[in-house]
Design a protein. Sequence first.
Length: 276
Amino acid sequence: MERDNKRSKGQKNSKRKPSFKKEAAGKENLKRKISEWNEPLRLNKFISNAGICSRRDADDLIKAGEISVNGNVIRELGVKVSPKDDIRYKGKKISREQQVYILLNKPKDVVTTVRDKHADRTVIDMVKNACPERVYPVGRLDKNTTGVLLLTNDGELTKQLTHPSYNKKKIYHVQLDKNLIKGDMLKIIEGLQLDDDFIQADAISYVDEKDKTQVGIEIHSGQNRIVRRIFESLGYKIRKLDRVYFAGLTKKNVPRGKWRFLTPQEISILKRKSFK
């Protein structure tokens, strides 16, 4: 009996050991992050991380003499700074922020803007308690459009994803006021002349063959209200418009009106643009 008791004690002790390893690993990880945070970095990256603008635009601010470091105006590119330096833009001190990436499943009747005195609610209101950093919506969704919306303080990524040359797919679930006929579906695939723009969908199909008012459309164009313009040009009214895919992100497991932080893997994919 005594021998059995000793064995059980040994087993209990063996179970505690992994927790010490986890704690040690956690401390090492924290030390590494602090070390990385304190490392010098290029001034343009510091400005971008502060959410002011992209690194390319930061270079323009530096060359224009808009940035000072420790009281000295900097015009030279490539200068490195640390978080301890006093860095100012237009006389106001700027601080490096942790980069934050939030996926919001935007509901209807919410405006995609930072401030709007005429709006009851903005997307910023929906994530105001998510983090202390200032985040901004990447692109826009109409007030009545729902679905995937990315918010971040990463100015570099925002510029890349909203630039006209950005050529990645977006997928929308569209509900129309009447059945979409096959002929019009073919026109959308072959392309339509909308004002000065020729717009062509990459794919379109019925969500349910029994309900031809609901379609899924895949498109690369980032032009404002492009999906609504396509269907309105053919005599249809959109009852509901929901973006289900953007920048490799979906709203899976995120209920309408809720949000979540992106995973490290999703952030890595975004930065490498290794999505369709």
